[in-house]
Design a protein around this ligand. Structure first.
Ligand code: AMP
Length: 284
């Protein structure tokens, strides 16, 4: 296990010196099948894989769940061992943010709507830590999940605008058998709320049916149907449900297949103290 930035950089340099490619999977731990799908993709596409496990304080607001975020490190290490035993990078907060640390990466545009509205500090925290991890890890390809769709847009924009020499690979959302997108935060749900959480993926399926089968073009009708699916007879409240351009994340009012070859449906909803996000890309 590597714990310092120097160790990670040296490890990566050694792999490259031996002519090997490096895949990087950044995570906050509490690993599940979603994370492991990224590790599998990295193992397939790269000679060596490194997985980081770091709960990044900079991407949580003071009222969010940084302190209660699950940190089952021993189990994570065990799980990774049976997932091809990648190298693991587990830095301390002091290693990543030493005394006097005073930088932050701001990405405009794609970080502003949706999560950016509800979690104003989130994406600068994400961009800052991801850039630090990229600089330390020197990977050839970094693997992210479509589960965090807007995060992928922010990371891509950062890599492109700041000329970061890494390729970004995006892996599909891994879901529970009932459709709930896997998330480390699902473990916060009570049994009853876990049962209700199926409405999130159902609302995306409903939106997809309206768009692809019913040819509904008015986003307000799609959002109304999604909200109804999510909130009827459940304890959910919706932070946002929206249809957007899959690249710019500009919100759409009308879905016009002549203007768009695909759209992304994004949603965030709260149940009790747990906030969940999900999304679906729909080809038109
Ligand atoms: P996290 O530990 O939540 O920061 O997630 C680490 C990486 O795993 C991110 O790139 C996520 O998008 C990805 N990820 C999380 N959940 C899933 C999932 N259900 N399917 C695919 N990727 C996921």
């Amino acid at each position: 296990m590597l714990t310092t930035i120097d160790e990670l950089r040296n490890w990566s340099n050694e792999q490259h010196a031996a002519g090997l490619t490096v895949g990087f999977v950044p995570t906050m731990g509490a690993l599940h099948e979603g994370h492991l799908s990224l590790v599998k993709a990295a193992n397939e596409r790269c000679d060596k894989t490194v997985v980081s496990v770091f709960v990044n304080p900079a991407q949580f607001a003071p009222n969010e769940d940084f302190h209660k975020y699950p940190r089952p490190l021993e189990n994570d290490l065990k799980v990774l061992k049976s997932a091809g035993a990648p190298e693991v990078f587990v830095p301390s907060v002091a290693e990543m943010y030493p005394d006097g640390f005073d930088a932050s990466v701001h990405i405009g545009g794609v970080s502003q709507p949706f999560e950016g509205q509800f979690r104003p500090v989130h994406f600068s925290g994400v961009a800052t830590v991801v850039l630090k991890l990229f600089n330390a890890g020197q990977a050839d390809i970094a693997f992210f999940g479509q589960k965090d769709y807007q995060q992928v847009c922010v990371v891509r924009k950062m890599v492109s605008d700041l000329n970061v020499p890494v390729k970004i690979a995006v892996c599909p959302i891994v879901r529970e058998p009932d459709g709930l997108a896997m998330s480390s935060r699902n473990r916060y749900l009570s049994a009853e709320h876990r049962r209700q959480a199926v409405v999130l993926s159902r609302s995306l399926a409903e939106a997809e049916r309206l768009i692809s089968v019913k040819k509904e073009q008015k986003v307000k009708n799609i959002v109304a149907a999604m909200t109804k699916t999510i909130c009827t007879d459940t304890d959910f409240t919706v932070d946002y449900a929206a249809v957007a351009d899959p690249e710019t994340l500009r919100e759409l009012d009308i879905i016009d297949p002549l203007k768009h070859s695909a759209v992304v449906i994004l949603l965030a909803a709260k149940i009790g103290t747990t906030r969940l996000i999900d999304n679906a890309v729909i080809e038109l």
